[in-house]
Design a protein around this ligand. Sequence first.
Ligand SMILES: [Fe+2]
Length: 220
Amino acid sequence: MSSGGPSCTAAGSLAMYCFRDDIADENCYVLVPEGASEAWVFDPGFQTDAVLAWMRDLHLRTEIIALTHAHPDHCFGLPLLRHVHDPRIAYHSADRPLLDVDWSARGFPWNAAASYEATEDLADLSALTWSGGTVVIHPTPGHTPGSVSFAWDGWIFTGDTLFRRGVGRTDLPLGSWEELDRSVRTVLYRLPGNLTVYPGHGERTTIAEEQEKNPFIRMV
Ligand SMILES: [Fe+2]
């Protein structure tokens, strides 16, 4: 389910497409190098059918699926993409138990569609390389124990760790406010202020804006 076509941002020879879904308002980001037929899909959630249809029209294939964390609204589409494109799958193994949580029993209107093992464990890596380039992995636990942020050429995908004027909840299984607070202060807020933040939900922001205006964790 999707609220229309993707928004697109160009940066050098790379295009980044954002697909938002209508259920959890989650952002799935697709990176495509200019002229490439291989794409990198970050956090495929409930909008994955729309992502796949769009990729089919452009003759794009998923080279790798990377998860900022393993909550269902960020990985619901993983089985579908894997079935169609058979990509590499990268997530942090500390989030592996979350793929087996019965979320519907906790009152959520969804469940993970299936559990899939990572072909690359982000716990072991400081960067991920694909045919289009390299992204740096910043471990940012707290929202989940395996939450990571991916930095790329002036951008960073922060998942549900840091939002525009917000941070992720920590009351779900394996969440920790202390860890999230530490991740934001000692990892994200130490990055260059002009880095553009693309979060897992909501609008983009910058590191500097959040250092100054985030009502939950502010630089003092
Ligand atoms: Fe989440």
